[in-house]
Design a protein around this ligand. Structure first.
Ligand code: FAD
Length: 405
């Protein structure tokens, strides 16, 4: 009898997994189970073009409906998985249906972290994770309205940029003393703070939210500074939590993500996990990583598909990520945490700079803003673990690859 692969979660990684299994001529049955009403889709446009109304729903989908029909994929959408029974090798849906598997791939993604403050459930207080969330935000997204964004990470700042350009009156509140503090250097934070301020966004740094107020719909945001910011709508972007609960209940190892090896396998050889919900070993940084990026979701899905097809593939990648704000494309290669020196290349006035991060002369990360050449070269240089000659590092006319030794 033919084998059955069940993919739990129908997001970006799941969509790629199906594509990769088909490309590898996997001839077993493929069942895709997800709780959203949509085909697997890409989320990055949700805080960019799609939020701006410049992209149709269909263009978000990894593949059109006809692909799943033609490939004979069994789609079970709007189906929530409540439990994994590893002994009997089946999933149980919240309706009590059993879904048997030979191989299981957990592609459960992550969810928006909720802000535990009074009034967070008022109308017009939004989170941003799904197509449905954007439909909700867009209904309130009109020029002249007062938007308060909570959290100055990528998603919060992307929303602020789209809203500012759409004519909303935008305030961003951030607990830390600078924007994107979790991922970029103070120099890059400064650059973005100046940019948003010049565009007209009001930035409130080192400021928390103590409550949202209003009768039915939100009317104001009370801050930790003791003042109130009037608001017609709020978008909260304060991080994500990986969806690991059903894996932990099934006694798979979980520690800030479902633990997988470099084959994307869990402790159970018949259970793989891919994407945002995983914690995986990374040889370049010599530690486990849990990443929230399309690149990670796609590459882990390719690795799991290859291993399901007995191809013995290893996942070994330099992490990368991007963010679009106004006409600025930020591309981040590697992870800068733990750097001991940096160099800035380029000129902020020309809106093209990169920040190069080193540890003991070794290149560990680059944030490239409208600087695709530095981004592309750095990915390979980080993978090769090169040291960098710092003498001409700030000179943009010298290519990064020519400074490596
Ligand atoms: P997801 O795409 O989240 O898919 C997981 C799916 O599983 C979801 O549909 C979820 O509802 C479902 N699920 C969970 N639990 C269950 C259950 N028990 N039963 C059934 N179904 C379940 N990354 C970048 O690299 N660049 C960007 O610019 C970027 N921008 C982003 C902007 C936004 C607004 C968001 C939200 C994310 C962005 N990301 C970006 C991150 C990127 O989209 C994620 O890393 C990627 O979607 C991860 O894919 P995934 O398949 O692991 O998870």
């Amino acid at each position: 009898m033919k084998e059955t692969v069940v993919i739990a979660g129908a997001g970006h990684a799941a969509g790629q997994l199906v594509v990769s299994l088909k490309q590898k001529n996997y001839d077993g049955k493929i069942v895709l189970v997800g709780d959203e009403p949509y085909l697997p889709y890409q989320r990055p446009p949700l805080s960019k073009k799609f939020l701006a109304g410049a992209m149709e729903d269909e263009r978000l989908f990894v593949k059109p409906a006809s692909f799943y029909d033609d490939a004979g994929i069994e789609l079970q959408l709007e189906t929530r998985i409540a439990a994994i029974d590893r002994g009997r090798k089946c999933l149980r849906s919240s309706d009590g249906e059993e879904i048997p598997y030979d191989k299981l791939v957990l592609a459960l993604g992550s969810r928006a972290r909720q802000l535990p403050v009074e009034g967070a459930r008022l109308k017009c207080v939004h989170y941003l994770r799904s197509i449905a969330d954007v439909h909700g935000i867009r209904a309130d997204f009109q020029a002249g309205r007062r938007l308060v964004v909570v959290g100055a990470g990528y998603i919060g700042l992307e929303v602020a940029a789209v809203a500012q350009q759409a004519g909303l009156d935008v305030t961003v509140i951030e607990m830390a003393d600078r924007v994107m503090s979790r991922v970029v250097s103070p120099e890059i934070s400064d650059f973005y703070q100046i940019e948003h301020t010049n565009q007209g966004v009001k930035l409130r740094l080192s400021t928390g939210v103590s409550a949202f107020s209003g009768k039915k719909r939100v009317r104001a945001v009370a801050t930790s500074e003791g003042d109130e910011i009037p608001a017609d709508l709020v978008v909260i972007g304060v991080g994500i939590l990986p969806n690991t609960e059903i894996a932990a209940d099934a006694e798979l190892d979980v520690d800030n993500g479902i633990l997988v090896d470099d084959h994307c396998r869990t402790v159970d050889p018949d259970v793989y996990a891919v994407g945002d919900c995983t914690s995986h070993p990374n040889a370049i940084y010599d530690r486990r990583l849990r990443l929230e990026s399309v690149h990670n979701a796609v590459e882990q899905a390719k690795t799991a598909a290859a291993n399901i097809c007995d191809q013995n593939a290893c996942y070994s990648q330099v992490p990368w990520f991007w963010s679009d704000q106004y006409d600025l494309k930020l591309q981040i290669a590697g992870l800068s945490e733990g750097y001991d020196s940096i160099a800035i290349r380029g000129n902020p006035v020309e809106r093209s700079i990169s920040c190069v991060y080193l540890t003991e002369n070794r290149l560990i990360a680059v944030d490239a803003i409208n600087a695709p050449r530095d981004f592309v070269q750095s990915k390979q240089l980080i993978a090769d673990r090169v040291e960098i000659n710092q003498d001409s590092l700030s000179d943009v006319t010298v290519a990064l690859k020519d400074l490596a030794f």
